[in-house]
Each structure stands twice: as structure tokens, then as C-alpha cells.
Design a protein around this ligand. Structure first.
Ligand code: AMP
Length: 399
């Protein structure tokens, strides 16, 4: 048995899970939050117990040291040599990384060079990688990119209709996101249906705070709703999704804002939050939609944009075999699933409302036997996918 850490480092946080592989069992998980701020928080969950402490966490290096120390202190491991591999989520892999990659100095430099595609994420992720290299020298580390699954997109789907030289010179194209989730969910769906993934025309709806859709053909990502950054696509918790680019310049002028300020608004104050004025959280909106007309229209827009994307992907795929719901809303909100599927009735989508209603965070086929499209709920598991990639690309053999 081998112990593998899956790391998700943000600009001020570091989330982790410790897996026993190949059993794929989560032994412990936790988070270090508010790194670099006045007072941080460290949380470790293991053996049914949760240990939480408020401490100053000056840097990612310190967060990594504290995480490793907490593993021995809580007797989750007896020594660091038990950890045989570390996997890191990396947001932007550009056109360099088509798959997960064993990390060396060159790979770290490449991740850093891609910082302009994900300024909040890639530098923090590189810092996390360096911190583990220092703390666990010689232990294989693997980078798992959010974008790599979408490197199979055909040019017809990744190019924007802008001067082609901008793509050639600056890499201005669609990269997509949530790729690790799509890779896990699409394969798991094929396994559950006992069909080869390559035989299925599939759409996966990753409906969370960040929401996107992916059209999968021949087992590969064929089109996806997020774009150059995760700001594009459908309405999200706080992100606008697609808007007319001219509106950005118009609003900047009206409110005397810089482009940076405007993009910040589109990322953090728009979407469900901006439209409703109530909350970015779907649970709150569903609780208010009966009494608050603005909450009602916000939920309608959320459903509508998803239905629009699914319709366009069905047209591109020339049909649909499977529709899969995943992430916070997709896994838990039967009402949203039901409304989307009702709108897709014209495709022969039929779900069993009773089964749908009782499905929360579990794997389940929710379509009726005579539905023309199989509809499933498949909880995503990006951390497990990262741990699997560490085994594969770190060439780890079980001890
Ligand atoms: P995620 O980003 O995947 O964590 O998803 C967050 C979204 O899922 C929020 O809009 C929540 O309202 C929604 N959601 C609904 N039910 C749940 C639940 N039981 N647990 C977590 N998120 C939920």
C-alpha cells in the first residue's frame, strides 16, 4: 500500500487529501487557510475526528511544513517516508501540457511561465510544488492540469473569431477548465453504464459555484463552455459567463473603471449573486424564488443558459447518448436537474422524478428505461483523479 497526497493550492489556501493507493481510500484530509494573512487556520480530518487550530501561516512553505507535521502529530503517518508521491492541481497548462506530468525544474518554470493565463493560481501552485520538493526531497511530484483534458478540442471549437495572428502570437484561444472533473466523471459514467467511453456521445454538466459544460466525443473533450479563462460560458455563482465584449468597454466608461476592476466585477460580483442581489448560493435562491421575483428570474437564467449550451452541443455532436450531472448543484439539487431535463424533453430526455428527487450526492441513473438519452448523477472526485495520476505518471509501484 502507498500513501499519496493530492494538493489543491490557491493563492491563500492549501487543500489536501491523503490517499491509500491502490485501495483509493481517503485516510485524511484538511485545509490550511489564510496563508500570508494575520491569522490562519489549519484543519485536519482523520479517523472520524476533526482537529482545528488558529495559527499564523506566513507562506506556502510554512503551510506545507505544518501539514506534514500535523500528519505525524495526529498519528496519521509514522514518518514522512510513508508518503511516496504528491500530486498538484494546476489551473493553467496552456498548450504545453496535454496530460499530467512528472515535475522537474523545467516543468515548474513552464508552470510559472503560464502565470499570465491564471495570475491568481499558477504562481501559488508553483510555490506549493517548491515547498513539497524542499520538504520531501526525492519524492515524485506530478502536476495535474485543469486544461489538459481540453487539449483535444478541434480548432473549430477552440479558435475565437478574431484575427488569427492573436492566437499565433499570444495564445488567445479557448482553454476550458474543470478538465480533471470531466476526465473522472466521463470515465466513471462509461464504467457505470458498462459501455466503452469512446462509443458515447456525452455531455457532462459540472454545476457548482463555477459551472461549465463539456461535450465529449470519441472519449475526448470536443467542446467546452469555459473559454480563455473560467469567466466564459454559462451563468455561475459570481461569474457572468458569456457577455458581449463591447459591454465591458461601455460599463468601464459609465462607471470610470479600469479593465482590471471591470473584470473583477465580472468574476466576483456577477452571475447568480449579481443578478439576484441575494446570494451566489443556489440553496438560498431556491429558498427565495417563491417570494422574490428577482431570485426567480435568476434561477430561470441559470437553467436557460445551461439548456442553450446543451442544445448547441447536441447539434455539434449530432445527437446525444448520455447527459451527466455533477458538482454541488448537479449532485444535490434535484429541482434544477428536473427543470433542465424538462426543457430537453424535445430530445426524448425523460427522467424518473421520484428517483431524481431522492438522489443527493450519490451515483444514480435518473432517466426512465424508455428515455432516448441516459441521464446520470455522478459525483465528481478530482482529488482521486490526481492521486491516480500520481501513481501513473510518478511510476509508483505498491509497496
Ligand atoms: P461546488 O462549487 O461544487 O461546491 O458547488 C456549490 C453550489 O452547490 C452552491 O450553489 C450550492 O448551493 C450548491 N449546493 C446545493 N446543495 C448542496 C449541498 N448539499 N452541498 C454543497 N453544495 C450544494
Amino acid at each position: 500500500m502507498s500513501k499519496i497526497l493530492a494538493i489543491n493550492a490557491g493563492s491563500s489556501s492549501l487543500k489536501w487529501q491523503l490517499f491509500e493507493m491502490p485501495a483509493e481510500k481517503v485516510i485524511a484530509k484538511g485545509v490550511a487557510e489564510r496563508i500570508g494573512q494575520e491569522l490562519g487556520r489549519i484543519k485536519v480530518v482523520a479517523n472520524g475526528r476533526s482537529d482545528e487550530r488558529k495559527v499564523v501561516i506566513p507562506s506556502h512553505q510554512e503551510a506545507v511544513k505544518m501539514l506534514l507535521t500535523s500528519l505525524t502529530e495526529n498519528k496519521i503517518i509514522t514518518g514522512f517516508t510513508e508518503i511516496v508521491g504528491v500530486g498538484h492541481r494546476v489551473v493553467a497548462g496552456g498548450e504545453i501540457f496535454h496530460r499530467s506530468t512528472l515535475i522537474d525544474e523545467k516543468v515548474i518554470a513552464q508552470i510559472e511561465s503560464l502565470a499570465e493565463y491564471a495570475p491568481l493560481h499558477n504562481p501559488a501552485e508553483a510555490a506549493g510544488i517548491r515547498a513539497f520538493m524542499a520538504a520531501l526531497p526525492g519524492v515524485p511530484e506530478v502536476a495535474v492540469f485543469d486544461t489538459s483534458f481540453h487539449q483535444t478540442l478541434p480548432a473549430v471549437n477552440y479558435l475565437y473569431s478574431i484575427p488569427y495572428e492573436y492566437y499565433k502570437k499570444f495564445g488567445a484561444r479557448k482553454y476550458g477548465a474543470h478538465g480533471t472533473s470531466y476526465r473522472y466523471v466521463s470515465q466513471r459514467t462509461a464504467d457505470l453504464l458498462q459501455r466503452p467511453l469512446t462509443d458515447l456521445k456525452m455531455i457532462v454538466a459540472h454545476l457548482g459555484n463555477g459551472t461549465s459544460l463539456d461535450a465529449i466525443k470519441d472519449g475526448k473533450s470536443f467542446n467546452t463552455s469555459m473559454g480563455f479563462t473560467p469567466l466564459a460560458g454559462v451563468t455561475m455563482g459570481t461569474r457572468s459567463g458569456d457577455i458581449d465584449a463591447s459591454l465591458v468597454a461601455f460599463l468601464e466608461e459609465k462607471m470610470d473603471l479600469s479593465t482590471e476592476q471591470m473584470i473583477h466585477i465580472l468574476n466576483t460580483k456577477s452571475g447568480l449573486l449579481g443578478l439576484s442581489g441575494v446570494s451566489s448560493d443556489m440553496r438560498d435562491l431556491l429558498a427565495h424564488e417563491g417570494t422574490d421575483p428577482q431570485a426567480k428570474v435568476t434561477v430561470e437564467i441559470f437553467v436557460d443558459r445551461i439548456v442553450q449550451y446543451i442544445g448547441s452541443y447536441v447539434a455539434q455532436l449530432s445527437g446525444l447518448d448520455v447527459l451527466v450531472f455533477t458538482a454541488g448543484i448537479g449532485e444535490n439539487e434535484s429541482l434544477i436537474r428536473s427543470r433542465i431535463c424538462q426543457a430537453l424533453g424535445y430530445l426524448g430526455v425523460k427522467i424518473d422524478e421520484a428517483v431524481n428527487k431522492t438522489t443527493r450526492g450519490t451515483e444514480q441513473i435518473i432517466s426512465t428505461p424508455n428515455s432516448k438519452v441516459k441521464v446520470l448523477v455522478v459525483p465528481t472526485n478530482e482529488e482521486l483523479m490526481i492521486a491516480r495520476d500520481v501513481v501513473e505518471y510518478g511510476e509508483i509501484t505498491s509497496k
